[in-house]
Write a protein that binds this ligand. Structure first.
Ligand code: ZN
Length: 149
């Protein structure tokens, strides 16, 4: 009998093991559009304000606005996505540098120097990122904040 009951499709993101449960529950509520944003509070007559976004004050605060269109959120996402791109590149450059050092040890009788490999990862990373990032160069201090080595 229960097999005939249709269950509405809900947003259920895959679980990320290293974030706390409260954060996972928040993401689940966000996906279900069950956050107490200003538009949701207004619909329930729980707020008498103008419904403006608390972060920017420029638009009605909805889930979509707060986490995507809001100037504050979009600035944060651009910084975070840039870091993600940097981290992905650093891991690949790290593998390449380890492989290069392995070959230097095997074929050129060089010694293992971890500090040198780390220095190469940092310097190649910054050089290649700035050479290929098309107008969004990173300064050495900014790079060091991305790459905490
Ligand atoms: Zn906003």
């Amino acid at each position: 009998m229960l097999r005939n009951v249709s269950v509405p499709a809900v947003y259920c993101p895959s679980r990320c093991k290293w974030i706390p449960r409260k954060c996972s529950v928040f993401i689940w509520r966000l996906g279900m559009n069950k956050l107490a944003t200003m538009d949701a509070l207004k619909k329930r007559n729980m707020d008498n304000g103008d419904g403006a976004c608390v972060l920017c004050g420029d638009h009605e605060e909805t889930v979509e606005h707060l986490f995507t269109a809001c100037g504050v959120a979009s600035t944060i996402w651009s910084v975070v996505s840039r870091k993600k791109d940097v981290i992905q590149g650093i891991v690949r450059i790290g593998c390449w540098c380890i492989w290069k050092s392995r070959n230097d040890i095997k074929f050129n009788n060089k010694e293992v120097k971890i500090e040198g490999i780390v220095r190469e990862i940092k310097s190649f990373g910054l050089f290649w990122y700035n050479a290929r990032s098309r107008g969004s160069e990173i300064s050495w201090p900014e790079w060091r904040s991305f790459v905490n080595m």
